[in-house]
Design a protein around this ligand. Structure first.
Ligand code: ATP
Ligand code: MG
Length: 351
């Protein structure tokens, strides 16, 4: 198990107008599984490459268990990276691929064979040791790459988009395998993805990165409930945004005053934005609400099985609400409704 501290990491490439990695700091605890999440080109792979030693940072530091690794050569860092395209050696069979790093170290062949078998069992491929990579499916190649990475008991496992080449069914299977192996071996792990759903399903914590800058590093739940800004909220599927003017302890908006249970109000600018998840908005034909309710009109109703989605307009503000289909009232397009934004569910942030 290894604690990782990434400290004010900066990487510039010639030809880019901004740093590819722009002053990023992330602290990872022993045995945690962290997702680096962000759109294409935001700097995810560059961060992993600096940790392995394939790239040198322009500034900042990377510490494993409080020791800087920047002056340690790549092969001595004991950090392994699994690439998206697996990069198995085509002319070696699976056993040779998996045992490669131990052979390079000069370990006893008997010990290597035993460890190779252990690793292949761990990735649930005990019987394919004699095959060549081209005789394997994409999912199997990915698992062999994982076995090859784990055989030397790395201090840190880095996975770059490990699931993106797999079809949906295999992806679910691989996701479960990765988390179960990671927890079993208690190996600290960072994996890269641009898929927020995957990050939420896999990670203990998510580092959200836009344009080389860390937006937020927190548990998945926080990205839904307490996004740091509008871009972060949108990346996690946020659709409801209300412009506010802060006035002492209440917030004025185009639909009226809005109240919130939030405690960090002093930190908010005069102009700020409220967001609320569609599943947290309540609607009713009767006025049954105590506070934060507004009169609106239903613009559309979309039934999608377990849930029904409503587009609502209040004055000129469009909101979306999602209710469980079972047992809801008969609310139709053009109906006038009362819309409730529960004050414990509304989240207010700076733009
Ligand atoms: N060797 C390089 N030379 C110049 N520019 C580079 C180099 N490597 C990466 N970049 C640029 O740095 C930025 C970050 O690249 P990086 O590969 O880290 O992105 P990423 O987040 O991994 O994206 P993706 O999801 O597409 O893999 C991009 O704009 C990329 O074009
Ligand atoms: Mg990448």
């Amino acid at each position: 198990m290894t604690e990782v501290n990434i400290v004010n990491l900066i990487k510039n490439f010639s030809g880019m107008t901004r740093p590819a990695v722009d002053n990023i700091s992330i602290n990872i605890r022993n045995g945690e599984l962290i997702a680096l999440l962000g759109p294409s080109g935001c700097g995810k792979t560059t961060i992993l490459k600096m940790i392995t030693g394939l790239l040198t940072p322009d500034n900042g530091d990377i510490l494993l268990d409080k020791q800087s690794i920047l002056s340690v050569p790549t092969e001595k860092r004991n950090v392994v990276m699994v690439f998206q395209n697996y990069l198995l050696f085509p002319y070696m069979n699976v056993n040779e691929n998996v045992g490669f790093s131990l052979k390079m170290k000069g370990d006893d062949p008997k010990i290597i064979n035993k460890r190779v078998q252990e690793m292949l069992e761990l990735v649930k491929l005990p019987d394919i040791g004699e095959r060549r990579p081209k005789q394997l499916s994409g999912g199997q190649q990915q698992r062999v790459a994982l076995a090859r990475a784990l055989i030397a008991n790395p201090r840190l496992l880095l996975l770059d988009e490990p699931l993106s080449n797999l079809d949906a069914h295999l992806r679910d299977e691989m996701r479960e395998l990765i988390t179960s192996i990671q927890k079993k071996l208690e190996v600290t792990c960072m994996f890269v993805t641009h898929d927020q759903e995957e990050a939420v399903l896999l990670a203990d914590k998510i580092a959200l990165i836009f344009d080389g800058k860390l937006q937020n590093f927190a548990e998945p739940k926080e990205f839904y409930e307490k996004p740091i800004n509008v871009s972060a909220a949108k990346f996690f599927g946020g659709v409801n945004f209300i412009e506010l003017n802060k006035n002492a302890n209440y917030f004025h908006s185009s639909i009226g005053n809005i109240t919130s249970n939030q405690t960090n109000i002093n930190e908010l600018n005069t102009k700020c934005i409220a967001t609320i998840r569609p599943e947290n908005i309540k609607i009713s034909k009767e006025n049954i609400y105590q506070d934060n309710f507004f009169k609106g009109k239903i613009k559309s109703v979309i039934f999608s099985g377990t849930h029904t989605r409503y587009k609502i307009v209040i004055n000129n503000l469009n909101l979306e609400c999602s209710l469980q289909s079972l047992g809801i009232q008969n609310i139709k397009k053009e109906d006038e409704v009362f819309v409730n934004l529960p004050k414990d569910k509304i989240w207010i942030m700076n733009e």
